[in-house]
Design a protein around this ligand. Structure first.
Ligand code: FE
Length: 222
């Protein structure tokens, strides 16, 4: 939160003013604020969850651990802390597709997915995910066979879910680093699927899928 005050937007200026007051009155430590911002901008995010999913795809013993105790299995990879204390992994199959929502507010598994996207916190998503999950998926460009049931999971004040999307076809023999590039943020919420192999294109054109596509590109619900 350091730097020049030139060219601040109105919102930035208000944040600076509030921060200055809180620091002056001794309510917050600027170093602690910087550490928090650094954590949520760089250390936690969907790249963490993507590594969990890729390992689940390649390591049967880890997958078994995820099924039995997702909190411990995920923490073993270094992803733990606030909003990750009680994790449940939901495995997508051809029979069942899982979709996660928090109908009350915006509960979200920070250690594996970072901070929630704006649409996840929006009233339309929170209500429609329950009433019309297939319609919500259509808004995100996801069309599932009629035979695939959609199971909607409402996060509680305690539980946080991580969807394990189905492993894309044509990835036999891939290592987990390469597989992780196919795991998008939305695929771990259930509003998307893992990317097809073609999405990586050539080595030079490989998108950083785990960073999460912009909301506009994912067709956020109205
Ligand atoms: Fe919530």
């Amino acid at each position: 939160m350091s730097g020049t005050h030139a060219n601040l937007t109105e919102l930035d200026a208000r944040v600076r003013a509030i921060e200055s007051l809180l620091v002056a009155k001794g309510y917050v430590d600027p170093a602690a604020l910087d550490a928090l911002i650094e954590t949520y901008e760089h250390r936690v995010g969907p790249h963490n969850g993507a590594r969990v999913v890729a390992r689940a795809w390649t390591d049967p013993a880890f997958l078994d651990w995820l099924r039995r105790d997702a909190t411990a299995a995920i923490a073993s990879m270094g992803y733990s802390g606030r909003q990750g204390e009680h994790m449940v992994a939901l495995e997508n199959t051809p029979q069942t597709h899982h979709l996660v929502v928090c109908t009350l507010c915006s509960c979200y598994p920070w250690p594996v997915l970072g901070l929630p996207p704006v649409w996840y916190k929006s009233a339309p998503y929170r209500s429609r995910a329950v009433i019309d999950p297939r319609g919500v998926l259509a808004d995100f460009g996801v069309s599932l066979p009629d035979a695939t049931a959609i199971s909607v999971h409402d996060s509680t004040a305690e539980l946080r879910y991580l969807v394990i999307p189905m492993r894309p076809a044509g990835t036999d023999g891939w290592d987990s680093d390469r597989l992780a590039k196919l795991v998008t943020r939305d695929s771990m919420i259930g509003t998307g699927l893992a990317l097809p192999v073609q999405a990586l294109g050539g080595a030079a054109g490989a998108p950083d899928a785990a960073s999460g596509a912009p909301d506009a590109a994912t067709g956020a619900p109205r």
